[in-house]
Design a protein around this ligand. Structure first.
Ligand code: ASP
Ligand code: MG
Length: 472
């Protein structure tokens, strides 16, 4: 059988018209079709905030539960005609909200939010939206069922908050489960551990759920429906009129997502690469326009410069200083081991003779600093935590091997009197990135984007300054 896997994000699930739009899009797909959904717009944030408040101050989130009920009721009334489907959906909705209320009661009773309960509570955003969307699609006369990850066995590695999906372990049961010529609506964002515990797949993880299912059923494509056309040459909130990028390689899409473009979850392409399954990004508001961005093994036309400039303010730097840290064997392994034990993920590492710099998520900086201060080898005499930075990335396949691209970007940034603190390239063939002060981020992004993409920004005609020296 030839499957399509499609995914609707939370920004497509705000108003009554959004649900109608999604259902109309689904009708144009032939069965079998797997539809993965995110929570309604902002609902995951609200569930999370309410869970924190329940454990910290014993607040029971009555207003949130009432709000969820009335939002769903509105969608049911506006989008479903069949009284039997309406009644069934209301029953299921009440059941879900009762369970959610009990979880919150448990949290405020014990005054704590254990990871297992946190993950279960946050999965309710997707459970609710999948229930409503499946009912709306069924009411259009399509054979539709709600397919829950705990029922079809989307097995994870058991890590709470940010689990990985085990494709091999899940595959057989998944193929058996999705064997009907019908429509399946799946709540994204979570799977279950081998012990049956709910595990989230990281924020924005519904894309990753959809990609894992596409891998297992060997889908023809993964179609991601958003409220934008696809990846762009830059964030439209920062630069005027960026262009949509028609084609990206898996590598390019992963680098862009990792370094800040909020179009896809960074792990989305991971399950698709082994089977060469393309991702097509569509805009729900312009369904007939076709995909804005196609992500596939092929990078498309070879451009002289990067395909996109992205940035992130989520990173920080932990600098460990000491004489000879760069030359003494074993120091790097030792400090990396300390980070590992502290549960801190190292995004990148740069070393010199007298300093080791770790690029970390901002949210990990405090933990990492504390762990290093307590356990660091004697050689390290100063630990500096720098959080007021931003990372700017130039992404495009082959960018590290194309002569002078990075150098020209730094020249454009230098012309704005912006100091580049750290430069990194080479780990991936598709990205060069550099670190600037957070307050310089927007100007650095605009200068780089203007240089490569504005009309008259002819990158080939711009000579490299004599003074620019860059080691890649
Ligand atoms: N609802 C989840 C989040 O906000 C997952 C997703 O949107 O894909 O992170
Ligand atoms: Mg999302």
């Amino acid at each position: 059988m030839s499957y399509k896997v499609i995914k609707f994000g939370g920004s497509n699930l705000r108003k009554t018209i959004d649900f109608r739009r999604c259902a109309e899009i689904v009708v144009n797909y032939d069965a079998p079709c797997i539809i993965v959904v995110s929570a309604f717009f902002k609902v995951t944030d609200k569930l999370k905030q309410a869970a924190i408040e329940a454990s910290d101050s014993g607040n029971f989130p009555e207003p949130l539960l009432l709000d969820l009920y009335s939002t769903c009721e509105e969608q049911i009334n506006a989008n479903i005609d069949d009284p039997r489907i309406i009644e069934h959906t209301r029953d299921e909705l009440r059941r879900l909200l009762d369970k959610l209320a009990n979880l919150y009661k448990g949290v405020y009773a014990i005054g704590e939010l254990p990871p297992a309960i946190n993950d279960t509570i946050l999965s309710f955003g997707e459970r609710i939206s999948a229930l409503i969307l499946s009912a709306v699609i069924r009411s259009r006369g399509l054979k539709t069922s709600l397919a829950l990850p705990e029922n079809f066995g989307l097995i994870t590695d058991g890590e709470f908050g940010s689990a990985s999906i085990k494709l091999k372990e899940s595959s057989k049961a998944v193929i058996n489960y999705f064997s009907g010529k019908q429509y399946y609506v799946v709540p994204g964002f979570y799977g279950v551990s081998a012990e049956g515990k709910i595990n989230l797949l990281g924020r924005g993880g519904s894309d990753y759920s959809a990609a894992a299912l596409a891998n297992m059923v060997e889908a023809d494509s993964l179609d991601i429906w958003k409220d934008v056309c696809g990846f762009q040459t830059c964030d439209p909130k920062i630069v005027k009129d960026p262009k949509t990028i028609n084609q990206l390689s898996y590598n390019e899409a992963a680098e862009l997502s990792y370094f800040g473009a909020k179009i896809l979850h960074p792990r989305t392409v991971e399950p698709l690469i082994p089977k060469g399954i393309p991702v097509r990004i569509f805009n729900v508001k312009q369904p007939s326009a076709g995909p804005g961005t196609l992500i596939s093994p092929d990078t498309g036309a070879d451009l002289p410069g990067p395909k996109s400039i992205t940035f992130s303010r989520n990173f920080s730097v932990l600098k460990l200083k000491g004489p000879g840290v760069g030359s003494k064997p074993g120091v790097l392994a030792k400090v990396a081991g300390i980070m590992d034990i502290a549960g801190v993920n190292i995004s990148s590492v740069f070393t010199s003779q007298t300093a080791i710099c770790f690029l970390l998520q901002k949210s990990d900086l405090r933990i990492a600093r504390k762990a290093i201060k307590v356990n660091a080898p004697a050689l390290i005499n100063e630990v500096e935590a720098i959080s007021d930075i931003a990372l700017v990335a130039l992404v495009g396949e082959g960018i590290t091997t194309k002569q002078g691209i990075a150098a020209k970007a730094f020249q454009a940034v230098a012309a704005e009197n912006i100091n580049v603190e750290i430069i990194a390239a080479g780990a991936s063939t598709a990205a060069v990135y550099f670190v600037v002060k957070e307050s310089d981020c927007n100007r650095a992004v605009i200068a780089t984007h203007n240089f490569f993409f504005s009309e008259g920004g002819n990158l080939d005609s711009r000579p490299l300054s004599e003074n620019t020296s860059i080691i890649l």
